[in-house]
Design a protein around this ligand. Structure first.
Ligand code: CP
Length: 314
């Protein structure tokens, strides 16, 4: 493949290769901290039209850890303000000699558009509420590191499913690798389409909590809700926030995840976010690992099997 646009269109084998390669590169770079020269001479362009802390910086670090250069584009302060289009902007950056364009945009399908218009590799770093494939991969890698597998685990995605690209990438990725996915949230924030597609949908977190091996707590995306949100923040927190009382009713070894950023006190209370079951910051580190794997595999490598011999510390 030349592009990483979504997890819906990837096979289970392709996802497995991405996760195996990420694990291997994480180990070879001493936990994503050391540099290798696998991608020396190549350039990644980050083309972000929406805000980001985790994704943008970890793509940048992933490229640098493997010896590549980076170009950082933000729409704010760019010639977009003079009327330059999205595609013209991307072609302009590509003409500077880049090998991968990593793009985030509010509109679903924009990475797919660039994949048709550009010659270089295109990576989706989040297209509106559609998909966020590297987030799905880093979530799966984190679960696999703790449990050794995904197959047979029950993973609940809880919260604002309708506006969540992370939810979609998790749903496709986890289900392809054999996890049982529960899609949980208020009826106003969960499309009935998921049930029609055969997924388990739950509106009552307390009724499913005892069955869950993993909870992935999705942020209420206030910025994408046009009307006055329902439920309100207080109603949502009462029904769905993972707090100390709910933790006492969960499995002893439950993993608490969140893609971030988190609304403290809304989806998750500080005692849970910062508690012993939380792997939120491990997810961030694994973001570098899966993004190194994406860059490496899109540059033509088949898998991680020959990385040991090619890896030269810089
Ligand atoms: N999880 C995630 O995509 O975070 P950022 O918006 O900070 O990149």
């Amino acid at each position: 493949r030349r592009h990483l646009l979504d997890l819906e269109s990837l096979s289970a084998d392709e996802i497995q290769i991405l996760l195996d390669t990420a694990q291997k590169l994480k180990e070879l770079t001493g936990g994503c901290r050391n540099k290798l020269s696998l991608l020396a001479g190549k350039t990644l362009a980050n083309l972000f039209f929406e805000n980001s802390t985790r994704t943008r910086n970890s793509f940048s670090l992933a490229a640098k850890r493997l010896g590549a250069d980076t170009v950082e584009f933000s729409s704010g302060g760019s010639s977009v303000a003079k009327g330059e289009t999205f595609v013209d902007t991307a072609k302009t950056i590509e003409a500077m000699g880049v090998d991968w364009v990593c793009t985030r945009h509010v509109t679903p399908g924009t990475p797919h558009l660039l994949a048709r218009e550009l010659r270089c590799c295109v990576i989706n770093a989040g297209d509106g509420p559609h998909e966020h494939p590297t987030q799905g991969l880093l979530d799966m890698l984190t679960i696999r590191q703790h449990r050794g597998r995904l197959d047979g685990l029950t993973v609940a995605l809880v919260g604002d499913i309708s506006h969540s690209r992370t939810a979609r990438s998790n749903i496709w990725g986890l289900s392809k690798l054999g996890a049982h996915v529960i899609i949980c949230g208020p009826p106003t924030l969960v499309s009935p389409r998921w049930q029609e597609l055969g997924f388990e949908v739950a509106h009552n977190l307390d009724a499913i909590l005892h069955r869950c091996d993993v909870l992935n707590l999705l942020r209420i995306q206030f910025e994408r809700q046009k009307a006055r949100p329902f439920p309100s923040v207080h109603e949502y927190a009462a029904l769905y926030a993972m707090n100390g009382a709910r933790m006492r009713r969960a499995k002893d070894d439950i993993l608490i995840m969140a893609p971030g950023p988190i609304n403290r006190g809304v989806e998750i209370t500080p005692e849970v976010a910062d508690g012993p079951h939380s792997v939120i910051l491990e997810q961030v580190t694994n973001g570098i690992a899966v993004r190194m794997a994406a860059l490496w595999l899109l540059s033509g490598a088949k898998d991680a099997s020959n990385t040991t011999t090619q890896a030269e510390p810089i």
